[in-house]
Design a protein around this ligand. Structure first.
Ligand code: SF4
Length: 359
């Protein structure tokens, strides 16, 4: 890995099998493991290739990763290769205290759960399965007692947009490390979930800034890179010093240095974008990361169209390519969930890629 290359974040769908049928599942989870899943040996080879890229983060997800009996070996091998994966867990029949304790014994340090509402009445219609609120809270307590760091995912939608402060009241006593606030990309099962508007997204951004000021856990915004534009605008309005981009990476990590690996080894720009940049069975991960036409094109802000293409924040934001694809069918179209209107069509960018203000 060259020192000038960004270290990618990698999300790996270990399996699609899951015994829940969540309403908003974007990945098309299936009741049983697929015949084309990477084998245990291929999973080891995948870990070798991920380790070679020295990722800034590795998230192992599903489906339900516990559907694979080799998940413990996978975690153990990842740790021995110097990785520190986070594991996304669902409140399925596989999720027991013994499973969590065994994961911890195999080196796991961080787990991720979903809480989409402050009460079962709000959470379960978003999640789509009865009983998941209580089961998730129980599993979080197990994870806490096993000494694991806990992330909570929340998908913001019309049903819970007024419930965010109450969700904070629920997650605060759980001692979580990070709250990952997701914005909807309407693909797969999640097309049935009602989106909030672009104007409401701006209000949620402001609310998140207030929550960030007073809470002890970190907040990260997912699939809303225009949160960076929001934060930068606020800084620039106050004439504060140019912000440290490292902070923005951790707060809103969508950059083009991201790869999603499917259960069958397809490498994609996002879990929500079905186009494959290559398959690990035929090409190495580093070759795909550095040389895929798809990933290279997505990294170049000159390819953006419409409002995003002429936006003075395009080098640091660029909009959600996944949502552009899901809602317009064009990977390079404007992000429909951004309320910002660029001031000067075709003007010199006010914000240059990671170098600071240019005008
Ligand atoms: S118009 Fe596009 S590039 Fe500009 S802030 Fe909005 S989403 Fe980002």
């Amino acid at each position: 890995m060259s020192t000038s290359e960004p270290h990618p974040a990698v999300m790996w769908e270990l399996t699609r099998a899951c015994d829940l049928h969540c309403r908003g599942c974007p990945s098309g989870a299936e009741p049983r493991r697929g015949a084309n899943e990477l084998t245990t040996y291929e999973a080891y080879k995948t870990i070798d290739q991920i380790a070679e890229l020295e990722p800034r983060e590795l998230i192992i997800t599903g489906g339900d990763p516990l559907e694979r009996e080799d998940v413990y070996q996978v975690i153990d091998y990842a740790r021995r290769r110097g990785l520190d994966p986070a594991l996304v867990l669902s409140p399925t029949s596989q999720l027991t205290y013994d499973a969590i304790a065994r994961l911890e014994q195999n080196g796991l340090t961080r787990v991720v759960f979903s809480i989409d509402g402050s009460t079962p009445g709000i959470h379960q219609p978003v999640h789509g399965v009865a009983g998941t609120f209580a089961a998730t809270m129980r599993a979080i307590r197990w994870a806490e007692s096993a000494g694991l760091r806990i992330d909570v995912n929340t998908l913001v939608c019309a049903r819970n947009r007024d419930d965010l402060e109450s969700i904070v009241d629920v997650i605060r006593p759980l001692g979580i490390a990070r709250w990952n606030v997701h914005f909807l990309v309407p693909v797969g099962g999640s097309v049935v979930i009602e989106m909030i508007t672009a104007e409401e997204v701006e209000r949620v951004f402001a609310q998140l800034d207030e929550i960030r000021e007073r809470e002890n856990f970190a907040i990260r915004v997912i699939e809303a890179p225009h949160y960076r534009r929001f934060r930068l605008e606020r800084k620039l309005q106050k004439n504060l010093e140019w912000p440290d981009f490292a902070t923005y990476e951790s707060e809103s990590p969508e950059t083009n240095a991201f790869m999603y690996i499917s259960h069958a080894g397809d490498v994609r720009p996002s879990e929500f974008i079905p186009q494959s940049a290559g398959n690990l069975r035929y090409r190495s991960l580093s070759t795909i990361y550095r040389g895929s036409d798809l990933l290279v094109a997505l990294r170049d802000p000159a390819n953006l169209k419409g409002k995003c293409g002429r936006c003075d924040y395009r080098h640091v934001c660029g909009g959600s390519r996944a949502r552009a694809w899901a809602m317009t069918g064009d990977l390079f179209a404007s992000d429909p969930l951004c309320a910002y209107e660029p001031e000067h069509v075709g003007a010199t960018p006010r914000v240059d890629a990671r170098k600071g203000a240019t005008a």
